[in-house]
Write a protein that binds this ligand. Sequence first.
Ligand SMILES: Cc1cc2nc3c(=O)[nH]c(=O)nc-3n(C[C@H](O)[C@H](O)[C@H](O)COP(=O)(O)OP(=O)(O)OC[C@H]3O[C@@H](n4cnc5c(N)ncnc54)[C@H](O)[C@@H]3O)c2cc1C
Length: 463
Amino acid sequence: MSGAVPESNDADVVVVGAGLSGLRAALELHRSGVSVIVLESHKHVGGRLRFFDVDLHGSTAKHDVSAAWLNNTTHSEMFSLAKTFGFDLINQYVSGRFLHQKKYGSVVSYPLGFGADILHPDVRGFYAMLQRLAEAWQGPDRKALDSVTLKALAEANGDDKQVAGEEADVLAGRLFGTSAVHVSALFVIDMIKSTGGLQSMLSWYGAHYRIRQGVGAFASCLSSMLPGGSVQLGKEVVSIVQSGPLCYVTTADNVTLRCKKVIVSVPHTQYGSIVFHPPLPRAMDALATDTTDGYYATVVLEFATPWWREAGLSGSFDSAPGQGPVSVACDTCSEQDNHYSLTCFVVGETGRRWSTNGEDQRRSEVWGHVRSVFSARVDEASIPDPIGCVIKEWPQRTMAVMPPGVLDSEAGEALGKPFGNIHFVGAETSDVWKGYMEGAVRSGIRGANEVVVALGDSLRSHL
Ligand SMILES: Cc1cc2nc3c(=O)[nH]c(=O)nc-3n(C[C@H](O)[C@H](O)[C@H](O)COP(=O)(O)OP(=O)(O)OC[C@H]3O[C@@H](n4cnc5c(N)ncnc54)[C@H](O)[C@@H]3O)c2cc1C
């Protein structure tokens, strides 16, 4: 342990990380009368919530480049925060036809809700199997499902192994930015179950919203509800020492804070960047060493007009691997601001290869791909060039992915469980909407409640 321990730094609880989960935990603690300090390594709050401002036509719009969508049915915590903060909700544009680019490049269109009709029977069979497993699975098959990859599960159950295996790669790419050979089948099924099923997780059915203010506003509003000075930016936590009833949290600039409990909200792939004393149990350590991150990049193309809407298209398309860098794209306009954009996701190995190109090349490959898909339905001469383009890469900060043998092991069981006076939150630790914003805030509330109960009478005693 190093660094001075000024009394003014003492708090009942130190929260590590000012993403959604850490900030929501801090707010819950504050409301329960617990003093709390949040330490965040970056110079901004929000973690994986990122947006940027675009100034066009004399107005500024926020463009989300990571999380963007929430719904008003199963995202109850997030939706209620959006209402509390008075955010303007933008209805996801789903009018007009959707486009699907097939393996050999041909493009088909379909109306909302009828995407499944155009899919190969083995692709439909693959999704039906995942849905069945997520609905019916009660536990006994856990071990078997965690001993195979998503790819192997798909291939073993499809008449055409290649078609089923390729679709497994598509799904793993879109969800985690990786290939299906790196993902446990159980891990995916568990995630589907946590979101309420495939329909709820993958389709635009039901009301989906974006936030006109940008999702980063959730983090700044949560932060502003805490007492001044409780959120400290540019404070990377490098060690957490548990000694008797107290914890000592030290930052890279050698400041140590003393507290009764710590809440760690960093994704479990990053636990290794903090030195724990005593060390984390082997099972928890494995959450960092035996899991991986995928590759995700977001590319926002800004246009002077929503030309795809004018052509009767929703702006959403998905593309089979091998046709170009874009895996999926959709309309992300903010009409009130006169901003018209398509947001494209470039994922997995395709994304990693694409990312080695210079910026101009990356832009031109993405735009070339988008243009080629839309030109199957829109007269090419009426497709204008973008007037702006922003690329944001997520090489290590997407979602922690578990290969076979982790979830149904001591490591999987340790996820989100306390270790002494240290409690763990984060989107990946949630049983509901695992990996999503809703999961992040729910985990924050869960972690704060755990701490309040554990603190019990000690809340009345000073450090
Ligand atoms: C490209 C992309 C698209 C997404 N789309 C959606 C979507 O449409 N809908 C949806 O619901 N979700 C979506 N998500 C997921 C959503 O963004 C996350 O689930 C959520 O933001 C995670 O919040 P968190 O608090 O668990 O973790 P994080 O946001 O990762 O917060 C952890 C914080 O800890 C900080 N930290 C790390 N190490 C340290 C340290 N040593 N010391 C101090 N601080 C540290 C980090 O800087 C970070 O601020 C998307 C994510 C990505 C990347």
